[in-house]
Design a protein around this ligand. Structure first.
Ligand SMILES: C[S@@+](CC[C@H](N)C(=O)[O-])C[C@H]1O[C@@H](n2cnc3c(N)ncnc32)[C@H](O)[C@@H]1O
Length: 214
């Protein structure tokens, strides 16, 4: 698909998807102002997709790897039931402080527990078979390790949702030179070869992998 058509499709998809809450829009604007990296946040369409998945799978317990300023954590917390719990992992204090500020502003923020520190360390502390849903969106070279941990902490039927599996379309190059793109390509292959899961890759935004533990 050429770039112009891709943009037309993206705009059309956006225009035919419900809006997120005003607080999330405010968070995105402040994220851009402070960090200049609002593109790291999943944004509206992927956010609404996550909300839909959480609702239709009756998810109560979510683990997120990569909080950044809290957009995806808040979007998921909005979709969780009253007694839902979302654990989110972030190793940057600067980003975590912004996220915490917005969790406090939100009526859904009390469902969120932020773990500051290396995500792997936080994941290791989570018991086996205890979670319903894992969202992976942090350092790309560690995706394989996060996936293994996700398989351990999820119960049978639990869902793994992975962001950026196209890595800005760099994985489609004949010769992949970008380090993150290489890591993502290896990760996608690992998932494809894993028979303890069923999976579907979706061309939403920068590519997402939707995986279910068998
Ligand atoms: C793409 S951003 C996450 C965006 C977020 N999910 C959203 O949609 O709003 C990735 C985040 O992972 C964090 N991160 C990277 N490596 C990490 C690690 N080893 N442990 C914890 N967090 C990490 C980065 O600091 C960054 O904030």
């Amino acid at each position: 698909m050429d770039a112009q058509l891709a943009e037309i499709v993206e705009n059309y998809v956006d225009a035919h998807t419900d809006d997120v809450s005003l607080l999330l829009e405010e968070l995105l604007a402040e994220t851009e102002k402070i960090t200049g990296r609002s593109r790291w946040s999943i944004g509206k369409v992927e956010g609404k997709l996550l909300q839909m998945l959480i609702k239709i799978s009756n998810t109560k317990r979510v683990v997120e790897v990569g909080t950044f300023t809290g957009y995806s954590a808040l979007v998921m917390a909005e979709a969780l039931p009253e007694d839902g719990i979302l654990t989110t992992c972030e190793n940057s204090r600067e980003y975590a402080d912004i996220a915490r500020r917005y969790f406090e502003k939100s009526p859904y923020g009390q469902k969120i527990q932020l773990k500051l520190g290396p995500a792997l360390q936080s994941l290791k502390a989570i018991p086996d078979n205890s979670e319903d849903f894992v969202f992976i969106d942090a350092d790309k070279p560690s995706y394989g390790i996060y996936f293994d941990e996700a398989l351990r902490i999820l119960h049978t039927g639990g869902i793994i949702f992975v962001d950026n599996v196209f890595w800005r379309y760099k994985i489609f190059k004949k010769k992949i030179t970008n380090e993150n793109a290489r890591a993502i390509a290896a990760f996608n292959q690992k998932v494809m070869q894993e028979d303890r899961v069923e999976k579907v890759m979706l061309s939403v935004r920068d590519g997402v992998y939707l995986i279910r533990k068998l």
